[in-house]
Design a binder for this molecule. Structure first.
Ligand code: UDP
Length: 240
């Protein structure tokens, strides 16, 4: 697998199709793989959060989630075929899951959201087997029970929606114990599936403006929009 280093993090230079087949191989091998989806905001955070940077560089697969990541690869003179958005990757894996008898577990987001996302998935992907859900609000004393719940459900794919970097750190800490073939940090994916949060319209995604849409829809995140211009400057300066 070819990777491109952006601000110290190795990102896979893959198409969506390749990403799906890499994940499916990890499921078959039961390798206990961690999959992350890196957008500009995550990469900016990794420049000052060394633990996150280390986790990403040890992950089995980091896909280029976001127009900013693909732009950075190109700006640094590397090939990167396309954006592999976490949300889309998860949809592709769920579409394929019944064929391979792959089971999923949804962990994260506010109470009720994972249940709604499960119902949506069952409607969209007939035959899909979602073996458990658990919301993402818990205290450290609940963790043992959550891990036990996931282990007993024996999913092939665990989706963890706790936000960045909580989901990556939680997974890195518990990966061995969980013993799940593939775990993916999915951010707002369950919120979008449940209809709690909207994704940018297709024309905005195509115009590479999804980040702007997210900032406008959630004014509390507006400050986070600044990560993008900062990312552009930092990538440009890192060019040798
Ligand atoms: N979340 C959670 N537990 C927490 C903090 C956040 O389950 O302690 C959930 C939150 O409800 C949302 C997701 O994590 O569903 C974070 O989504 P966001 O779009 O902010 O993801 P990011 O942009 O960080 O990837």
């Amino acid at each position: 697998m070819h990777t491109v280093q952006i601000l110290g993090v190795n990102i896979a230079s893959v198409t969506m199709k390749e990403a799906v087949s890499i994940v499916e191989k990890h499921i078959e091998n039961k390798s206990g793989a961690l999959v992350a989806t890196a957008n500009a905001e995550m990469l900016m955070r990794a420049t000052h959060d060394k633990e996150l940077a280390r986790i990403l560089n040890q992950a089995a697969l980091v896909v280029p989630d976001g127009a900013g990541t693909v732009w950075a690869a190109h700006h640094l003179g590397h090939a990167m075929p396309e954006r592999v958005a976490g949300y889309d990757l998860v949809q592709e894996l769920m579409r394929e899951a019944p064929k391979h008898d792959h089971k999923l577990f949804f962990f994260g987001s506010a109470p009720g959201v994972a249940e709604k996302a499960k119902k949506k998935a069952e409607k969209l992907y007939p035959g899909i087997d979602i073996v458990g859900v658990r919301n993402g609000f818990f205290s450290s004393s609940d963790e043992k029970e959550i891990i036990q719940m996931i282990k007993e459900a024996r999913p092939d794919i665990l989706l963890v929606a706790l936000g960045v970097p909580k989901q990556e750190k939680w997974l890195a800490r518990n990966l061995k114990d969980l013993n799940v073939p593939v775990s993916i940090g999915v951010g707002g994916t369950l919120d979008v599936m449940a209809g709690v949060m909207k994704r940018a319209p297709l024309w905005m995604q195509r115009a590479k403006l999804e980040w702007l849409f997210r900032g406008l829809m959630q004014p509390t995140r507006a400050k986070r929009l600044l990560a993008l211009p900062r990312f552009v400057m930092k990538v440009h300066r890192s060019r040798t």
